[in-house]
Design a protein around this ligand. Structure first.
Ligand code: HEM
Length: 482
């Protein structure tokens, strides 16, 4: 191995890294030991704020490739050519636990993909379950508060084995469909390689003729789906809390790849008001017999991060990172997400977080955004930092062309629930679609943590479960001796 001299961060050779500079052999220590001071001061600042949700994660690099041109549906350039490989970075995560929590705990899992496309970065920030607890972003901070440790005790009990979780859930009927997913064994896993991924929210794809359609994303794991039961989840949380993180790293380190197939469901705008639920409601799935899954392409993950902090901890995904041909829908949960991610990243990583190598687009960045902390100045030169200008030859100039699909938006200013809530039907259908064993696990997985909640909360939950499916409600009621 080539010889390397130890240096300070200024590049100055360090003569002795074992002994502080002292007055006499036994001290005290001198303020002029700049190496000691720099070393301690940098160490003191090694932690940045953990993500407010999805704090614990594991990442990998790879590429994405379409299986056929998607030109009829979207003009996004990286989705046109089956020969093209677009680099990606993926971060899988748990949601509720803090940075040191167990991988196997009952929780949705994050499935965030950053595509470094020729038109700029596109982020598909999804989860491993197809629906969500709520349909309006205004409820998200309350929801996360109810799931995280209590503000008075900070006791990190399993997020669902307490009254606070069930209090919020029982008063939020739209969450019941998500509960039938989260409390099935889909909510406990030990390998990120063997779970599905979903965009959950509805987006819009627009082709080069300006024709738009609603789209929902699905990732299918080549390794198949693997879940564990709650006993295995509890055992692993104690004995092997980093099981999924290590599984991903070791698998790739051994030279093997991780693959997921991307599929989409497409819906014509005309269908928007023809269903018995609102298709832009994130607590609903679209029936696959009416909206079949269309194969799109695959991601292949083949490279581990080399520096966990630089790549995984500093990775910043955002549903608002979209490119021409992909647009947000009016989905009220998604609309809040469009704001929240970059906002938290400016706080967590600083205003120039997009200059950090893992977040920097491969596409050229030309604009007049300047300054701010940690500005590296790369690519910015000259006297012109405004637009329009003549002193810089009018550059950089706007590209022109359509901005968004131009769909008309009408309505009064209101704060109102959507009309077609239909909160219980899909939850009941999901329960009835499960095998006997999976139904038993769902019931058991609900009863165990719900038994820690207050009786009145248990009764509200039973009422909601009964509205979804009478047998499901009855079984949970029996288990809780109600
Ligand atoms: C209104 C609802 C939501 C809000 C306000 C919200 C907000 C946030 C915030 C603030 C973060 C931390 C980001 C960071 O520090 O870099 C985050 C992370 C994340 N969220 Fe959401 N979220 C919402 C719903 C969802 C939904 C529905 C999904 C799944 C489809 C989702 C998937 C994720 C993922 C995967 C991450 C982790 C990204 C990473 O690996 O860095 N979130 N969310």
């Amino acid at each position: 191995m080539a010889k390397k001299t130890l240096t300070t961060n200024q590049g100055v050779p360090v003569a002795d890294n074992q002994n502080s500079l002292t007055a006499g052999q036994r001290g005290p220590v001198l303020l002029q030991d700049v190496h000691l001071i720099e070393k301690l001061a940098h160490f003191d600042r090694e932690r940045i704020p953990e993500r407010v949700v999805h704090a614990k994660g594991a990442g990998a690099h790879g590429y994405f490739q379409v299986s056929k041109s998607l030109a009829p549906y979207t003009k996004a350039k990286f989705l046109q050519d089956p020969k093209k490989k677009t680099p990606v970075f993926v971060r899988f995560s748990t949601v509720v636990g803090a940075r040191g929590s167990a991988d196997s705990a009952r929780d949705p899992r994050g499935f965030a993909v950053k595509f470094y496309t020729e038109e700029g970065n596109y982020d598909l920030v999804g989860n491993n379950l197809p629906v969500f607890f709520i349909r309006d972003a205004i409820k998200f901070p309350d929801m996360v508060h109810a799931f995280k440790p209590a503000p008075d005790t900070n006791i990190p009990v399993s997020s669902s084995a307490n009254s606070r979780f069930w209090d919020f859930i029982s008063l939020t009927p739209e969450s019941i469909h998500m509960i039938t997913w989260l409390f099935s064994d889909r909510g406990t896993i030990k390998s990120y390689r063997k779970m599905e991924g979903f965009g959950v929210n509805t987006y819009i794809w627009v082709n080069d003729k300006g024709k738009g359609r609603y789209v929902k994303y699905h990732w299918k794991p080549a390794a198949g789906i693997e879940t564990i039961d709650r006993h295995e989840s509890t055992r692993l949380a104690g004995e092997d809390p980093d099981v999924a993180t290590r599984d991903l790293y070791d698998w790739i380190a051994s030279g093997k790849t991780v693959e997921f197939e991307l599929k989409v469901q497409l819906m014509e705008f005309e269908d928007e008001f023809r269903l018995d639920f609102d298709p832009l409601d994130a607590t609903k799935t679209w029936p696959e017999d009416k909206y079949p899954l269309m194969p799109v392409g695959k991601i292949v993950l083949d490279k581990n991060p080399e520096n966990y902090f630089a790549e995984v901890e500093q990775a910043a995904f955002c549903p608002a990172s979209i490119i021409p041909g992909i647009e947000p829908s009016a989905d009220k949960l998604l609309q809040g997400r469009l704001f929240s991610y970059a906002d938290t990243q400016r706080h967590r990583l600083g205003p120039n977080y997009l200059q950090i190598p893992i977040n920097r687009p491969n596409a050229a960045v030309n604009n007049n955004t300047r300054d701010g902390s940690m500005q590296n100045g790369e690519g910015f030169s000259g006297t012109v930092n405004y637009e329009p200008n003549t002193l810089g030859g009018g550059m950089p100039e706007q590209s022109g062309g359509p901005v968004f699909g131009g769909r008309p938006i009408v309505g009064e200013e209101v704060r109102r629930k959507i009309v077609l809530t239909n909160d219980f039907q899909q939850a009941g259908e999901r329960y009835r679609s499960l095998s006997k064993k999976d139904q038993d696990h769902l019931v058991d997985n609900i009863i165990d943590p719900l038994s820690h909640a207050k009786k009145e909360i248990q009764k509200r939950m039973v009422a909601n479960l009964t509205k979804a499916d009478v047998a499901l409600g009855k079984r949970v009621a029996k288990g809780l001796k109600i």
